[in-house]
Ligand binder design. Structure first.
Ligand code: NAP
Length: 250
């Protein structure tokens, strides 16, 4: 391949997304998506471009907004896209006692960001993935999910529902896209980084002792799984837990 493969990563500029970007940058040209973290995006892109000229570009947009998604897909351009990593997510508590219109709007917001945006961008960008599969023999989508796609996280019902639907999206698109040479897989992290702000105390309640390994993971563990799924040419429709064996305790 003359030019490095191209990868788009959503929510790419901080925390887990930035680590995925760092690990993929070794052998990919990166499109770094940011919503609000513009300064972090500039810093990260500058680091990457200093290491290798023109190797990183910033794209922006609110994933919950259909028009913004259209603009984002347009900004990806027309060159083949080898890898699409859906890392951005909406994560917040549910208030089951809220007024019906509020709690319904809240569920819709979770579904829009964590499910519809993935569906929408995967389908909009499918022609670029097909072109990459033709040119390079393989193209891949990796969706970052959560161990709480399989069982609900108490207090985070809408989030958990959106993640469970995301796990089915992985399987459905893997089947729909497979004949075009596009693989679709998921990564389901356990706790790898404490949530920020209001969620911190709640996430701290997730016990490291609830894992087989006895400690929480790191963003690098998730990034390593993304790298594996990006290159595992006979793996599709799978969701890989990166949870220190937490499933053995639940
Ligand atoms: N941290 C963990 O231990 C853990 C555990 C299980 C699963 N996960 C999953 O792993 C992924 C990365 O985790 P993380 O903790 O690093 O995530 P995070 O910090 O909560 O969010 C990652 C990025 O998503 C972007 N984002 C959020 N809402 C958005 C929206 N409506 N439109 C566009 N972008 C939006 C934000 O970008 P801006 O900053 O640019 O606004 C944010 O920086 C997420 O999918 C998360 O659910 C994480």
């Amino acid at each position: 391949m003359d030019t490095p493969p191209r990868a788009l990563i959503t929510g790419a500029t901080r925390r887990v997304g930035a680590e995925i970007a760092r690990q993929l940058h070794t052998d990919h040209e990166l499109l770094l998506h940011a919503r609000h973290s513009h300064a972090d995006a500039e810093t990260l892109a500058a680091q990457f471009n200093a290491l290798r000229a023109h190797s990183a570009q910033i794209l922006t947009g609110e994933l919950g907004d259909e028009l913004a998604r259209t603009r984002l897909a347009d900004a990806v351009g027309t060159a083949p896209l080898d890898l699409l990593v859906f890392n951005a997510s909406r994560y917040a508590r549910s208030d089951l006692a809220a007024a019906p219109e509020l709690r319904n709007a809240e569920l819709r917001a979770f579904l829009e960001v964590n499910l519809v945006a993935t569906w929408d961008l995967a389908l909009r960008l499918r022609p670029l993935l097909v072109a990459a599969a033709h040119a390079h023999g393989d193209a891949a989508i990796v969706v970052i999910l959560d161990i709480y796609a399989q069982r609900p996280l108490p207090g985070y019902e809408a989030y958990s529902i959106s993640r469970a639907a995301g796990a089915m999206l992985v399987q459905a698109l893997a089947r729909a896209f497979g004949s075009a040479g596009i693989r679709v897989n998921g990564v389901a992290p356990g706790t790898v980084l404490w949530a920020e702000g209001a969620q911190r105390g709640e996430t701290d309640a997730v016990p490291a002792r609830g894992t087989a390994l006895g400690h929480i993971g790191s963003p690098a563990d998730v990034a390593q799984a993304v790298r594996y799924l990006a290159s595992a040419r006979y793996v599709t429709g799978s969701v890989l837990p990166v949870d220190g064996g937490r499933s053995t305790h639940l």
